[in-house]
Design a protein around this ligand. Structure first.
Ligand code: BGC
Length: 481
C-alpha cells in the first residue's frame, strides 16, 4: 500500500531537509577585511576615499588595516578557523581597484596573484570559494567619471569581469556579479549628503537604509546595474567556464503594511516594488514592474532603457539568485512624505535593538517561498544572513556568549529548513559574517561575526555562536537536545 501523505510528512520531518551536498558557509567582503589599502599597486576605491578623506565612518575609522587578510600569514590562520567551524564554502569579494587600479586598462599582476593564492589555499583546506566580483569597491577613478550614473560603467564592468574570468574563471565554481546593488546606491546617496552637510557628522543608519528609494536619481542607476550584471554574465558564458554565476546578491526586504488599511497595503506594495521587484523582475521576468515604472514617472524619473536593453538582460540570465536576508519592515502611507514616495517605514528602533532590524525568521521562510511562488523557484543561495545586537559581543573571561546572535542563527537555519521542506530551491546558506569586521559607516563598532576580533591586536576568538554553527552543520541544521 502506498504511504499516505501524512506518512510521507512524518518520514520527511524525521530527516533533515538539508541535503548532504548543501553549502554551509560564511561570508565577508574585501573592503571589510583585507586592509593592504595601498599595497602592491592597488588603486583607491570610493570607500578608501570615504573613510580616509571624507572621514565618513564613525569615529573617523578606516579599513586601511581592517582584519589584515591581505597578509597570507594572517588569512591562513583564518582559513584554519573556518575549517574548525566545519564550513564547506566561503564567500568573499574581489577588490576591483586591487585588480585594475584605475578601474579599466591593464591588470595589476600582484592583485591577481593574491586572489589566485587565496583561492588555492581555500581549496587545499576543502573550502569552496564563492567569489563576488563587486561588493561596493568601486574604483575612485571611475567614480570621478560618474560611476554607476554613467552608462559607460556597463563596458567598464564587462572589462573587469573578463579580466577576472580569464585569470580565475577555471578555479572557481560559483561567481556572483553584484552584492546588494540597492545598498550600494544608498551608501552613494549617504556619501553625497554627508559631503554636502556643513557639520560633517556621522549619522547612524539603523536599520539598513531602505534602498535607493530615498534617492530619486538612484533609480536611474538601477538600470545600469542590471546591464552591468548581464554583461558580466555574457563574458562568463563566452568563455565556456565550468562554474555558475549569479547576477546579484539581492537584499530581500519583506515590506509589511503597518496597519490593515488599504492605504498602508498600497504603501507596502510600492516599497516592495522599489526595494525588491525593481531588481527581481527584469532579471527573472524580463521587464520592470509597471507600478514601479508609473511611480517613478510620477516623480519625474525615467529609467534609461534603450532599445534592445531588456532583450539583452533576458538573454543573459543568471544560473542562480543570491539572497541576503536580515529582517523585514512595516510601511505606512504618508502623503506628507512627498520626497519619499508618500510612504515611510514605521519601525523606530530603540538603542537595544538589533542594528539591521528585528529577528523575523518567519519572514525569512515567507520571503524564500515568495521567490518560489512569484519567480518560478529559481536556484537560490542564501549569500548573507546574520545579526548584530548592542551588548551581545562582550568579551568576558576570554569568552563571548553572544546569546542573541546564537538564537538568531538557530531560528533562521530552522526557518530555512522550513522553506526547503516547502520546496524552495535553496542550495546553500552563508552566515554574515565569519568575523567581526569593518561595518561600513558604522566602523568597527558594530559586530556581526561568529569569530570575535580584537582590532588592536588582530587576535581572533570564536564566539558561542561559532560552536553552535558547527553543531548545526554537523547535525543537518539542528541542535541536538
Ligand atoms: C552587506 C554587508 C554588511 C552586512 C551587515 C549587508 O548589507 O552586504 O557588507 O556588513 O549587511 O550590515
Amino acid at each position: 500500500m502506498p504511504p499516505s501523505s501524512a506518512d510521507n510528512q512524518s518520514v520527511r520531518s524525521a530527516h533533515s531537509p538539508f541535503p548532504a551536498d548543501f553549502l554551509w558557509g560564511v561570508a565577508t567582503a574585501a573592503y571589510q577585511v583585507e586592509g593592504g589599502w595601498q599595497a602592491d599597486g592597488k588603486g583607491l576605491s570610493v570607500w578608501d576615499v570615504y573613510t580616509n578623506t571624507d572621514r565618513m565612518a564613525a569615529k573617523g575609522e578606516t579599513a586601511n588595516v581592517a582584519l589584515n587578510m591581505y597578509d597570507r600569514g594572517q588569512y591562513l590562520q583564518d582559513i584554519a578557523l573556518l575549517k574548525d567551524l566545519g564550513v564547506n564554502a566561503y564567500r568573499f569579494s574581489l577588490n576591483w581597484p586591487r585588480i585594475l587600479p584605475e578601474g579599466t586598462g591593464a591588470p595589476n599582476v600582484a592583485g591577481i596573484a593574491y586572489y589566485r593564492q587565496l583561492i588555492a589555499d581555500l581549496k587545499t583546506a576543502g573550502i569552496a570559494p564563492l567569489v563576488t566580483l563587486y561588493h561596493w569597491e568601486l574604483p575612485q577613478a571611475l567614480a570621478e567619471r560618474g560611476g554607476w550614473a554613467n552608462r559607460e560603467i556597463v563596458g567598464w564592468f564587462r572589462h573587469y569581469a573578463g579580466v577576472v574570468f580569464d585569470a580565475l574563471g577555471r578555479d572557481v565554481a560559483l561567481f556572483l556579479a553584484l552584492n546588494e546593488p540597492s545598498t550600494d546606491l544608498s551608501f552613494a546617496a549617504y556619501a553625497k549628503q554627508f559631503r554636502e552637510t556643513p557639520r560633517r557628522e556621522w549619522v547612524p543608519l539603523t536599520p539598513l537604509p531602505p534602498a535607493a528609494f530615498t534617492w530619486f536619481p538612484g533609480q536611474r542607476v538601477v538600470h545600469h546595474q542590471q546591464l552591468a550584471a548581464a554583461a558580466a554574465i555574457e563574458e562568463f558564458r563566452k568563455r565556456n567556464l565550468p562554474g555558475r554565476i549569479a547576477a546579484v546578491a539581492m537584499l530581500l526586504i519583506p515590506a509589511l503594511p503597518a496597519t490593515d488599511s488599504a492605504a498602508d497595503a498600497e504603501a507596502a506594495r510600492l516599497a516592495d516594488g522599489l526595494m525588491n521587484r525593481i531588481y527581481l523582475d527584469p532579471m527573472l521576468k524580463g521587464s520592470y514592474p509597471d507600478d514601479v515604472v508609473a511611480a517613478l514617472r510620477g516623480a519625474g524619473v525615467e529609467l534609461p532603457v534603450e532599445p534592445g536593453d531588456m532583450e539583452f538582460i533576458s538573454q543573459n540570465r543568471a544560473d542562480f539568485l543570491g539572497v541576503n536576508f536580515y529582517s523585514g519592515f512595516p510601511f505606512a502611507a504618508d502623503p506628507a512624505a512627498t520626497d519619499n514616495w508618500g510612504l515611510r517605514m514605521t519601525w523606530s528602533p530603540s538603542p537595544a535593538d538589533p542594528y539591521n532590524g528585528p529577528a523575523r525568521p518567519d519572514l525569512f521562510t515567507a520571503g524564500l517561498l515568495r521567490l518560489k511562488a512569484d519567480y518560478a523557484n529559481p536556484p537560490m543561495i542564501v549569500t548573507e544572513n546574520g545579526t548584530g545586537v548592542p551588548g551581545d559581543d562582550e568579551l568576558v573571561g576570554g569568552h563571548v556568549h553572544d546569546a542573541k546572535r546564537t538564537d538568531y542563527l538557530v531560528s533562521h537555519v530552522a526557518a530555512l529548513g522550513e522553506a526547503l521542506r516547502e520546496g524552495a530551491n535553496v542550495e546553500g546558506y552563508f552566515h554574515w559574517s565569519s568575523h567581526d569586521n569593518f561595518e561600513w559607516v558604522a566602523g568597527y563598532g558594530r559586530r556581526f561575526g561568529l569569530i570575535h576580533v580584537d582590532f588592536a591586536t588582530q587576535r581572533r576568538m570564536p564566539k558561542h555562536s561559532a560552536f553552535i554553527y558547527r553543531t548545526l552543520i554537523a547535525n543537518g541544521g539542528r541542535v541536538p537536545a
